[in-house]
Design a protein. Structure first.
Lengths: 493, 483
């Protein structure tokens, strides 16, 4: 039989229901894989074997009673940005110290309600700020993929690098992640797995450590489009504790995956053919178009004219919100405290010791753009541009049902590359960031390999609250691509 | 005569505007479900939201919004159906989030106006600039430990209404009258308890001075003044300070000041240069606050009678003087007491007794309307004893005093003390005869034209009757007998 860590979530559910495997066995196989590989990959900051074993035992009992939830016994990695009651939550930062939340985030609470097993807390860029998972205070996570004949450590992408690396390396069947500018889709693409950022408001932000509140959105990473749909169905839903949560029904996402694309109009935005786009990625994009056309979709050349302003807009809006969201880490009530001569000194010492460089950089940028005299020129202007970017999409939806783009401008890069130039690093999010600014759903699906054997992803964008069409298009790409390549580092390998 | 401050260069006009922070009367905080009761154990009414824990999000409390709308309606103000919450960013140990959620650009209530009553019986209209909702901060306790500060977050997140006036006041009296009126309206509405000692109502006083006919000069803000008397004192002290500066050829610097209540002066707290840059921006955790007109209408329909309407009713329906009507409507409780006493009785008589001897009695025993030893029912019964001639006005005053001392009903006191007035003409005539016989000389003088002596005979008669003679009858019979 298939090694338990090679199962999909859909496959594991069938195996568990048929009692071909127990939740305890499935969980133990993953804990063993973590013990073997995590010291190298650093995909998890915290592993919770006792908790996982207890949850697996509960799932087995529920399965035996015939009362199992839809995720009973499914072992998951939880991005360490989600507060988990009784389990240390770090946000990848020193400043949270050994913070153990007394409360559960709504999204993880929903997964627990459905019977999921939590293996541990996945690594991430500090406060979800980054595209390489190198800004984590707990060390960089490593991409389990290797360039052919080259053992250079590659980044898994970020900020949800630990989530994507864990899923790719078979250290979890799926993972929670969050996406503020591409933090689900870019690492999914770098690690050859699928990931969806749903519509803003689809998943509650309650209990997720905030980075940029108007952009942050939770979503899943998994090895198939269907698995993403299964996880999102559990994670999503209206939450009265989050005022930005949308009171809309959660449809059967998984049912949409096999729907097909016949009759769908797929937009190809000309502005995404950016300068410096790798020829391999351009070729993959054209391949994707051919696949969809072959499946009965119509391709439509569209324009999203304000695309080029998305990155600068993001780097005003996100740091502005972050600069005040992170003001609460002051050493007074929880987390790290570095005592000082007086209150101001305590703040300065605590925040100097607690935050890493990238976080400090964004707090500085954010504080600057909100300052008197600069607010109108930066923040107000950025909000105006953001409205135009959103309008671009609103107009596109009159012509098309979904949009196809590359997920990233390059494949995974080396851990030491792009480190001295923040702007080069920020360019990683050039294709993904517009979805956050417009609040629309976006999914990355692995579609091929580059010349060095590294995975590349295609991105599908959809209308607000129409994740079903995104899943349908993602499912079609997945079937056409037949992506079965495996990373060099993985359990049972 | 308008109020001015006399300087060496002549009179100066004073310009005053008030920013009042009123704690919203509500069971729960503005953005969390934690309780708001005053005086609870430190840090016993704090949710993770109020303490700014990671991942916690604010959710607006509908009742707090309703209270703000009611207040806006009571201030004859525009209700903005679309408003927004902003973050006001600054670091302080008792501000857990590192920002206060407030309404900066788009407040829930826009311009309005209220009418204030002044000592000379005149009224004046004061403009309201805006009212907005915001969170209160916690409290820093610096006196609990020699080297540490303690933080109490019970107040953190409690809903406040900041009510900003136009710079329409021109004297300490007007500032005092404005605050009095505002507090009165809040209390009538039940939207703030108006308790300044507990800090539920605090005023920031903006003061500037100018020569007649000038535009505004630089103002200073005196922060956190916590009584109406102190507001009036602070206005005068700050205005005098500014007049002295201008007249000495110096500049008034825009700054925040504190009122030192013991020394009666204001002193600098921080200048404009080191003022915070609050970096206001829309709170991304909260969508705009959108109200339905029908909801506002339903709140309006359910508003209680407000002081102005009640005062007008007392003048129009009860025939009270504007002054009495004003005094009786100042506090909702007083008005309710008055209406209970006046019901089915002469409303003017009820007003006279309450504003006169009853208030004096409360003062004497140090009680308030709420803790009065004399109930509205008993005071009404006392008025009935006057109306049916059982008691003279003078005896009634004695009885009321006894009621304040003993808390007993007036009928019981009259019986116990035998204070019932004498209305038997035969008995009164007998006493008059004795008085006239004992003062034959004075009777002659009176009869020969010395009218002034009439009062002497009244006094002697009443004295002989231990004050119990019905005054009208004593007068009438004396006139008859003296011829």
């Amino acid at each position: 039989m298939t090694h338990p860590t090679e199962l999909t979530i859909a496959g594991a559910r069938r195996a568990l229901a048929a009692r071909e495997i127990s939740a305890a066995e499935l969980t133990q196989a993953h804990l063993d894989a973590i013990a073997a590989l995590n010291p190298r990959l650093n995909a998890y900051i915290t592993v919770t074997p006792e908790l996982a074993a207890a949850q697996a035992a509960e799932a087995d009992a529920a399965l035996a009673r015939g009362e199992a939830g839809p995720l009973a016994g499914i072992p998951l990695a939880i991005k360490d940005l989600f507060c988990t009651a009784g389990t240390r939550t770090t946000a990848g930062s020193r400043i949270l110290g050994d913070f153990v939340p007394p409360y559960e985030s709504t999204v993880t609470g929903n997964l627990l309600r459905d019977g999921a097993v939590f293996l541990g807390k996945a690594n991430l860029d500090e406060f979800a700020m980054g595209s390489s998972n190198t800004s984590s205070a707990f060390g960089a996570a490593e991409n389990p993929w290797k360039r052919q004949g080259d053992d250079t450590a590659l980044v898994p992408g970020g900020s949800s690098g630990g989530s994507a690396a864990a899923v790719a390396a078979r250290l979890a069947l799926g993972a929670t992640a969050t996406d503020t500018g591409g933090s689900i889709r870019q690492p999914a693409a770098f690690c050859g797995v699928s990931g969806i950022k749903p519509t803003y408001g689809r998943c509650s932000r309650f209990g997720i450590v905030a980075y940029a509140s108007s952009l942050d959105q939770a979503g899943p990473v998994a090895r198939t489009v269907e698995d993403c749909a299964i996880l999102l169905g559990s994670m999503a839903g209206f939450d009265p504790r989050d005022s930005t949560s949308a009171d809309v029904a959660v449809p059967d996402f998984a049912a949409a995956v096999a729907r097909g694309v016949k009759g769908l109009r797929i937009g190809i935005p000309r502005e995404y053919r950016v300068e410096g786009l790798s020829p391999e990625i351009d070729a993959l994009w054209r391949q994707g178009m051919d696949w969809l056309r072959a499946e009965g979709a119509t391709l439509v050349d569209i324009s999203l004219p304000h695309t080029k302003y998305a990155l600068p807009t993001y780097y005003i809006v996100a740091p502005a919100e972050a600069s005040t969201n992170l003001a609460r880490y002051d050493g007074v009530r929880f987390g790290l405290r570095e005592n000082g001569e007086d209150l101001k000194d305590l703040y300065e010492r605590t925040r100097a010791a607690g935050f890493g460089d990238e976080v400090k950089r964004r707090i500085l940028i954010g504080t600057y753009v909100l300052s008197a005299g600069y607010y109108d020129a930066y923040y107000v202007k950025a909000q105006q541009v953001r409205a135009l970017i959103k309008r671009d999409f609103d107009q596109a939806w009159a012509q098309v049902d979904a949009i196809l783009t590359p997920a990233t401008p390059t494949a995974a890069f080396g851990r030491d590359e792009n480190q001295d130039d923040p702007v080069a690093m920020y360019l990683n999010d050039v294709f993904t960031i517009t979805a956050n600014l417009a609040g629309i759903p976006g999914m990355s699906v692995p579609a091929g390999l580059d010349g060095k054997g590294l995975p590349l992803g295609l991105q599908v964008l959809g209308r607000p609250f129409d994740e079903e069409t995104v899943f349908a298009v993602g499912g079609a790409i997945e079937r056409a691509a037949g992506f079965h390549a495996l990373p060099a580092l993985r359990a049972a390998a | 005569m308008s109020y001015t401050i006399e300087g060496s260069t002549g009179p100066w006009e004073v310009v005053i505007g008030l920013e009042v922070h009123a704690q919203v009367t509500s069971m729960a905080k503005l953005f969390s479900g934690a309780a708001t009761e005053f005086g609870a154990e430190p840090n016993s009414q704090v949710s993770f939201i109020d303490a700014g824990f990671p991942g916690m999000l604010p959710v607006i409390n509908r009742e707090c919004v309703a209270q703000a709308v009611r207040t806006g309606l009571g201030l004859n103000a525009q209700v903005n159906l679309w408003s927004r919450f902003d973050r006001k960013n600054y670091f302080y140990a008792d501000l857990p989030q590192g920002y206060q959620i407030s309404q900066y650009q788009y407040p829930v209530i826009g311009t309005g106006q209220i009418e204030i009553q002044l000592g000379d019986g005149s009224t004046k209209t004061i403009g309201i600039t805006r009212l907005h909702l915001e969170q209160d901060a916690g409290k820093s306790l610096h006196d609990q430990h020699p080297s540490k500060s303690y933080i109490d977050l019970n107040r953190s997140g409690v809903a406040l209404m900041e009510i900003v006036s136009e710079p329409d006041m021109r004297s300490p009296e007007e500032a005092g009258a404005y605050l009095t009126k505002l507090r009165q309206i809040l209390r009538y509405l039940g939207t703030c308890d108006g308790n300044m000692e507990q800090g539920s109502l605090r005023a920031d006083v903006n003061v500037s001075v100018r020569k007649a006919g000038e535009g505004f000069r630089t103002r200073c803000e005196v922060k956190n003044v916590n009584s109406i008397r102190f507001v009036m004192q602070a206005v005068e002290a700050e205005a005098r300070r500014q007049v002295e500066l201008w007249e000495a050829g110096e500049e008034v610097v825009q700054e925040t000041r504190l009122f030192d209540t013991t020394r009666g002066v204001t002193r600098s707290m921080r200048s404009k240069e080191d003022a915070h840059d609050y970096r206001y921006f829309p709170d991304p955790d909260l969508p705009p606050l959108v109200l339905e007109q029908s909801w506002v209408d339903s709140l309006k329909a359910a508003l209680p009678e407000l002081p102005d309407a009640r005062r007008a009713r007392y003048v129009g329906d009860f025939g009270l003087t504007p002054y009495d009507a004003h005094v009786l409507t100042l506090e909702k409780e007083t008005a309710a007491f008055y209406e209970a006493v006046a019901k089915g009785r002469d409303p003017k008589m009820a007003a006279n007794w309450i504003t006169g001897d009853f208030f004096a009695g409360l003062n004497r025993v140090g009680a308030s309307i709420g803790s009065s030893p004399v109930s509205a029912e008993d005071l009404g019964a006392l008025l009935d004893l006057i109306s049916d001639n059982t008691l003279s006005g003078k005896l009634a005053k004695e009885v009321l005093e006894a009621m304040f001392e003993t808390g007993k009903a007036p009928g019981l006191i009259v019986e116990e003390r035998g204070l019932k007035q004498v209305t038997d003409t035969g008995a009164i005539e007998a006493v008059i005869d004795q008085v006239m016989a004992a003062n034959a000389g004075k009777v002659e003088e009176y009869r020969s034209g010395k009218d002034k002596l009439f009062g002497f005979f009244v006094g002697q008669t009443m004295k002989a009757m231990q004050g119990k003679g019905n005054p009208a009858l004593v007068n009438e019979l004396l006139k008859k007998k003296l011829g």
